[in-house]
Design a protein around this ligand. Structure first.
Ligand code: SF4
Length: 229
C-alpha cells in the first residue's frame, strides 16, 4: 500500500462514511468518477491478449508511458509466444532494461511464454486460475487481462486502487485480495473492469499517494480521509 493511506475500520465502509450505505456510496463514487474520467481505460498499448500479458508484466514498478515506448519495438520483433520462449535471455533483458527490474521481468516473460507454448498451444488462457499459475502473473494482472483482452469480469487491485478505495472507506484492508473480495461483493460483475480503471485514473490524476489534489477532487464531499488537504 502506498504511503499516506489511513487504514479504515472495516471492509465495506464505516457507519460515519458520508454518502449512504456501502453499495450506495460505491455506486455514487463510480458515477462521479465516470463523469470525471469518461475515457478511463487500460493505458497500455496492445493488440492481442499476448501483448497485453507481456505489457502488464513489464508495467510493474514502471509507468505505462515507458512500457508503451519499449513495447512499440518489442511487439514488432516478438509476435508469438514461441518468439518469446526462444528469445536469448541476455538480449531480451537488454530490450526491456528501461522498464526496471528487467532481469526478473525477462525471466518471468520468457518462462511464462514457454508455459503458454507447452500447455496452451501458445494462446493466453481465459480463466483466472490458469492465468495466476503462469510465471509473473498475479491476481491483478489476471483480472486486468481478463477484462481488457476477453471482456470477462475482473477487478484488478494495484497500488492506486488500494489507496483510493481505502481513503474513501470503501474497504478497510490493505490486502489486495481482500480489497478485491470486498468490492466484488457489492458491485455487479459487469462493472468490475470499468471500476478498476476509474479508480486507477483517479489515483493517477488526482488522489496521488503523496500530495493528493483534494481541492479539485470531484469526490471531496464523499471523502473523510483524515489526510484530506
Ligand atoms: S478528497 Fe483527496 S484524499 Fe479524498 S478521494 Fe479526493 S483526492 Fe483522494
Amino acid at each position: 500500500m502506498a504511503r499516506g493511506t489511513a487504514p479504515s475500520k472495516k471492509a465495506g465502509g464505516t457507519p460515519e462514511a458520508p454518502g449512504g450505505s456501502p453499495p450506495e456510496r460505491l455506486r455514487e463514487i463510480l458515477r462521479i468518477l465516470g463523469e470525471t474520467y469518461p475515457d478511463a481505460r487500460c493505458e497500455l498499448d496492445f493488440r492481442t491478449p499476448l501483448e497485453l500479458l507481456v505489457a502488464t508484466i513489464l508495467s510493474a514498478q514502471c509507468t505505462d508511458a515507458r512500457v508503451n515506448q519499449v513495447t512499440a519495438s518489442l511487439f514488432a520483433k516478438y509476435r508469438t509466444a514461441v518468439d518469446y520462449a526462444s528469445a536469448d535471455p541476455a538480449v531480451f533483458e537488454n530490450e526491456i532494461r528501461s522498464t526496471g527490474f528487467f532481469r526478473n521481468k525477462a525471466k518471468n516473460i520468457l518462462a511464462c511464454c514457454a508455459k503458454l507454448v507447452r500447455e496452451f498451444g501458445g494462446a493466453v488462457p481465459r480463466t483466472r486460475e490458469e492465468l495466476v499459475a503462469l510465471p509473473g502473473v498475479g491476481r491483478k494482472t489476471a483480472n486486468i487481462l481478463l477484462y481488457n483482452a476477453y471482456d470477462i469480469p475482473g477487478f484488478g487491485v494495484d497500488t492506486h486502487v488500494g489507496r483510493v478505495t481505502n481513503r474513501l472507506e470503501l474497504v478497510g484492508t490493505e490486502d489486495p485480495e481482500r480489497i478485491e473480495t470486498a468490492i466484488c461483493a457489492i458491485l455487479p460483475a459487469e462493472e468490475w473492469g470499468r471500476a478498476t480503471h476509474l479508480f486507477i485514473f483517479h489515483g493517477r490524476r488526482t488522489c496521488h499517494a503523496k500530495q493528493p489534489a483534494c481541492a479539485g477532487c470531484a469526490l471531496r464531499a464523499l471523502c473523510s480521509w483524515p489526510g484530506k488537504r
